[in-house]
Structures are given as C-alpha cells and as structure tokens.
Design a protein around this ligand. Structure first.
Ligand SMILES: [Zn+2]
Length: 211
C-alpha cells in the first residue's frame, strides 16, 4: 500500500477536500515542488461532483531543488541569484562551519540576511571556462586567452580590451575566411599596377580580424 502523503503546511491554501481528491501522483508532485521552495499555483475545479486538479506544467524554475547550490528563491528582498552566490561562497571559499554544517533550505530562508552580509558584495563563482586568465609576474601582468572565441561579444571584448596585436589576431582570425585562408593576414603589393615595383609586397592584417 502506498504511503499516504500529508498535506504540507505550504499547501495549506488547498482545501482538505481537494487534497483528498487528488491522485497520489498529483499530491507527490505538489509536495516535491514545495520542498524545493516554491508554492505552485494549483487550480482545482469541481464540476458535477468530479474534481479536477491542474498542476502547472513544470518549467525549470519550479523544479524541486535537488542541490542547494542551485538556489533560485529570493528571500527578504535578497535575490535568488545573490543567495545562490552566497551559498556557493560559504561552501567553497569561506567554509565557515555555521554555514557549511547547516546549509539547508530552512537555514537559508531563516538567515538570508546574514548570509548576504557575510559574503563579499558582488561575489560570483569563478567561471568554469574563463576566456581570459591574468597572472602577475613581478611587475608584469601576463594575459592568456585560454580558448577559441565563442561569440560576437567575446570578439568585441578581446578587441576592445587588448587591441589588434600579433597575439589577439591568433584568436580573432576566421578559419573559413576566403581572403586570408585563416591566416589572419595576407600579402599584397605595396605598389599595385606600378610595373617592376608591383612585386614588392607587404603583409596586411585581414579584414576578418575586425569582423
Ligand atoms: Zn581573413
């Protein structure tokens, strides 16, 4: 026999009779979703003694929270995103016992304010696949572009921040460019149409680098 689910406190807005009228699946879906910190809007309609329960289609935001690190709920005016960053900061960087030991939905809700105050303003977790790495060696700052550029925004970022240099051209050149064949530069005559001088060439940066 299936275990009977009690109506969670968070679902107190649903009348008992309607709770009783739900199928086990519906009760379970609802109970799971409130555990994740959400109060779903359920519509219950009774027509000719037939009760129909509509649980909203699950979108990713109303999925039950399975990992506290994926926190999305805002509490006391602190955004879900900020709280998520605070949780990850305390778990991975600060590792303060009070937080690490007790990190739970109830704890985060109860101490949201302290969690916010004990995390550096604006802290975000390090990117998993950062585009730029900066290292300081003595007085020098060494910049490494770690991977291929993946978007228009990244191309603009690299050009604006570092300019067009021999190093950035390696990343900005387009592999399928018909003009430079992916080299990022091509040779052209310094004196086009000027007889013997025409064969003197110079290397120019290809247009694709600027695209
Ligand atoms: Zn090109």
């Amino acid at each position: 026999m299936a275990t009977r689910l009690f109506k969670p406190h968070k679902l107190r807005h649903i009348p008992d009779a309607q709770w009783e009228a739900m199928t086990d699946d519906e009760r379970q879906t609802l109970s799971l979703s409130v555990q994740g910190g959400f109060t779903p809007k359920v519509t219950v309609t009774t027509t000719n003694g037939q009760t129909k329960v509509e649980v909203p289609a699950t979108d990713p935001k109303t999925q039950p929270l399975t990992n506290i690190r994926d926190w999305t709920e805002s509490v006391d005016g602190i955004s879900g995103e900020r709280l998520r960053n605070c949780i990850n900061f305390q778990l991975d960087v600060r590792k303060k016992d009070f937080w690490v030991r007790n990190m739970s939905v109830a704890h985060v809700r109860r101490f949201a304010k302290s969690l916010d105050e004990e995390t550096p303003p604006g802290w975000t977790p390090p990117e998993e696949n950062p585009l730029i790495l900066e290292k300081t060696k003595g007085d020098d700052k060494i910049i490494t572009i770690t991977r291929e550029l993946q978007s228009e925004e990244e191309r603009v970022l690299i050009r604006n921040r570092f300019g067009i240099t021999a190093y950035t051209i390696l990343f900005l050149k387009k592999k399928d460019c018909p003009k430079c064949k992916g080299a990022g530069n091509y040779k052209m005559s310094s004196y086009p149409g000027q007889g013997r001088l025409e064969k003197l060439t110079e290397t120019v940066t290809c247009e694709c680098v600027f695209e």
